[in-house]
Design a protein around this ligand. Structure first.
Ligand code: ADP
Length: 299
């Protein structure tokens, strides 16, 4: 449905994207993942034609991006773009008007979207009375007014409560069921793992790897061992595999987790180290990124 073919983008001397190619099939949720500065927003702005000066090609339904194809795209930006002093309905009306909706068609679509975003009871209320999560949902609703085929979401769950986050996940599932395609940019790996069928990892403007979520997990993620204890030497752990620090625990990645666990137990016994946690952790998308780049997404 959407093909990104060898795109490169500079901002002055900064190379924001370097020869990136991605193919996004219809009806799936495609995750764009990478740390801050990886180039996700730049790529999204290229797909939505906000940025036009780049090299390479982007095609939508096998045609070059045009004003006509833009009508089929919905863009949910990272920032909230709502008018706070007017109601949710008036905000949806504004966006509907922008896409040429009028009269009964507009009214009908506003009702459909309000139901989809779960704000049917709050339609007449002014936006400044909404919680952060409700604003995020309305922000998404505005991008859905023209019933786009492809919806591009840039970090749509930043700073919201878990309930609204779950609501947004359900909305995305509904959109997929309705045959829509979703591009989901995020640095929250758990979200991407839960929602996305395909993933592209970007790092410093380059494509590190891409594929289906399950393939990537199978190919790269090994089980890790979670270790916590006072005075455990990182150097010792590093002698058993790759080590990352997450919150207050060490994660040790190794092809031989059981053997490494035995070694850790015997090291701790010999050095009278009290172990608070020692457990196997199932492979996660987060680990795939770590394996590929040697860095944590939250660094
Ligand atoms: P992400 O969305 O993954 O955080 P961005 O696409 O925002 O990444 O940024 C990619 C790189 O381009 C970063 O190095 C960033 O500093 C740089 N960049 C982004 N926008 C601009 C801009 N308008 N002017 C100059 N540099 C920019």
């Amino acid at each position: 449905m959407l093909t990104i073919h060898h795109v490169t983008k500079h901002y002055g001397k900064t190379k924001a994207l370097k020869d990136v190619s991605i193919t996004i099939p219809k009806g799936i949720c495609y995750g764009l993942v990478g740390p801050n500065g990886a180039g996700k927003s730049t790529l999204i702005k290229m797909i939505t034609s906000i940025i036009r000066d780049y090299t390479g090609d982007i095609t939508f339904n096998e045609k070059k991006l045009s004003d006509k194809s833009k009508q089929k795209l919905g863009y949910v930006p990272q920032d909230i773009i709502l008018e706070e002093d007017i109601s949710a309905i008036s905000n949806l009306q504004l966006f509907g008007n922008l896409y040429g909706l009028k009269g009964s068609q507009l009214k009908e679509r506003i009702n459909e979207v309000l139901t989809l975003i779960g704000l049917q009871d709050r339609g007449k209320d002014k936006v400044f009375t909404f919680s952060g999560g409700m604003k995020r949902r309305l922000n998404i609703g505005c991008a859905l007014m023209h019933n786009p085929e492809l919806i591009i979401m840039d970090e749509p769950t930043v700073g919201i409560d878990p309930q609204s986050r779950n609501y947004i996940f359900q909305m995305i599932e509904e959109l997929k069921k309705a045959g829509k395609t979703v591009v989901y940019a995020s640095h929250y790996m758990e979200e991407v793992e839960r929602l996305c069928d395909y993933v592209a990892f970007l790092d410093r403007g380059e494509m590190v790897e891409n594929g289906t979520t399950s393939e990537l997990l199978q190919q790269y993620a090994v089980s890790s061992i979670c270790v916590k204890g006072s005075n455990i030497s990182v150097e010792e752990l590093k002698s058993y595999g790759m080590v990352s620090l997450e919150k207050d625990v060490f994660l040790l990645y190794t092809e031989e987790p059981l053997q490494a666990m035995e070694q850790i137990i015997s090291y701790c016994r010999q050095n009278s180290i009290e172990v608070e946690r020692l457990e196997l952790v199932r492979p996660r998308l987060e680990d795939v990124f770590f394996r590929l780049t040697g860095s944590n997404l939250r660094d």
